[in-house]
Ligand binder design. Structure first.
Ligand SMILES: Cc1cc2nc3c(=O)[nH]c(=O)nc-3n(C[C@H](O)[C@H](O)[C@H](O)COP(=O)(O)O)c2cc1C
Length: 279
C-alpha cells in the first residue's frame, strides 16, 4: 500500500470503500460476500489525509474508560468496521471475527462477566503473559500509575484500585462491546493480522469521534461471553473493544500514557544520520 493510499481518512470515502477482493492464493474474490463493492482504485480517491494529520490522529487517540450512555447508530458502527475490512492480513485471510452488542446486551454481558470475575472463573482461551520482564514491567506499572493517578486513587489504596479494575468487566459503562475472536487453528500470525485490524479500528474510530477501549481483561472470562453470544467452537476469544462516546468529564479519561523514545524500539541498520550520506 502506498503512503498516500494508506492515509485516506475521510470517513465518507471509507464508507464507499467497504468490502474487498482476495488476490493472494486461491480463487480471486473468494472471501468477498455477494454484492460487495469493488475496491476503490487509489487514483480515484480525492482529498487525501495529510501524513502529519494522520500522525496527529494516531498520537491523539486514547483508551477511554468512561462512556456516555447514548448508543451509536448501526450505520455508524457499520461505517467503522467497514473501514477496518480493508486491513491487510497474511494471504488476505481476514481472520478477525467480531460481534457487536446492543446496549441491553452489553449491560447483561457486563453483569455476567463481573459475576464470573467475582466467582474466580478465570480461563483465557489465549494464554495471558505469565510475567512481564523489564522493560515491559516498568511500562506496565507506569500505565497503571497514570490511570490511578488520573482517577485520584492513592498508591496504597488497594480497595480503590480493585474498584477501578472491576469497571473493566462492565465495559466501563460503554453502550457497545465488540467481542473479537480468532480461529485457534491459525496460530500466531493470525494474531498479528488481528492486531493490524485492531489498530485500524481504533484509528478509524478516533477519526469518527467514537471512543474505544481495547480490552484483554474480558477475554479472561470466556464462559459468560460464550453463554450470551454465538461464538464457534474453533474460535478463541482474543479481545473486546468498548465502544461509545466518551464521558469527557470523567477523571479516568484524563489518563495519559507516554511512549519510550523511538530508539527504544527502532534500530537503523546501515542508515546514517547524515542526510547526505551515500547508502
Ligand atoms: C490488546 C490490548 C488489550 C488491552 N486490554 C485492556 C484492558 O483489559 N483494560 C484496560 O483498561 N485497558 C486495556 N488496554 C488499553 C491499554 O492499557 C492502553 O492501550 C495503553 O495503556 C496505552 O494507552 P492509550 O491506549 O491511551 O494510548 C488494552 C490495549 C490493547 C492493545
Amino acid at each position: 500500500m502506498t503512503s498516500t493510499a494508506a492515509a485516506r481518512g475521510g470517513s465518507r470515502d471509507l464508507r464507499a470503500m467497504s468490502g474487498g477482493t482476495a488476490v493472494c492464493g486461491g480463487a480471486a474474490g473468494a472471501h468477498a460476500p455477494a454484492g460487495d463493492p469493488d475496491p476503490i482504485d487509489p487514483d480515484d480517491l480525492i482529498d487525501p489525509v495529510e501524513p502529519s494529520a494522520l500522525a496527529a490522529l494516531i498520537a491523539g487517540r486514547r483508551s477511554v474508560r468512561a462512556f456516555r450512555p447514548e448508543p451509536l447508530s448501526r450505520e455508524l458502527l457499520a461505517e467503522l468496521f467497514s473501514a477496518a475490512q480493508h486491513a491487510p492480513s497474511w494471504c488476505n485471510i481476514q481472520p478477525w471475527r467480531v460481534i457487536v452488542t446492543s446496549p441491553a446486551l452489553t449491560a447483561a454481558l457486563g453483569a455476567d462477566v463481573l459475576a464470573a470475575y467475582e466467582a474466580g472463573e478465570r480461563g483465557p482461551e489465549i494464554p495471558f503473559p505469565p510475567e512481564y520482564p523489564e522493560p515491559y514491567l516498568a511500562h506496565r506499572r507506569a500505565c497503571a500509575g497514570a490511570l490511578y493517578s488520573a482517577m485520584g486513587i492513592a498508591r496504597g489504596d488497594e480497595d480503590g484500585r480493585m474498584d477501578a479494575w472491576r469497571r473493566n468487566y462492565r465495559f466501563f459503562g460503554a453502550p457497545h462491546a465488540a467481542i473479537v475472536s480468532i480461529d485457534r487453528r491459525l496460530g500466531a500470525y493470525a494474531m498479528l493480522d488481528l492486531g493490524v485490524w485492531l489498530g485500524i479500528v481504533l484509528t478509524q474510530a478516533a477519526a469518527m469521534g467514537i471512543a474505544t477501549c481495547p480490552m484483554a481483561s474480558i477475554a479472561a472470562y470466556p464462559g459468560p461471553v460464550r453463554r450470551r453470544l454465538p461464538i464457534g467452537e474453533h474460535q478463541a476469544i482474543a479481545v473486546a473493544i468498548a465502544l461509545g462516546f466518551a464521558d469527557d468529564a470523567a477523571p479516568a479519561n484524563r489518563c495519559q500514557t507516554r511512549r519510550a523514545p523511538l530508539d527504544a524500539n527502532l534500530t537503523f541498520a546501515g542508515i546514517s544520520e547524515d542526510p547526505d550520506a551515500d547508502w
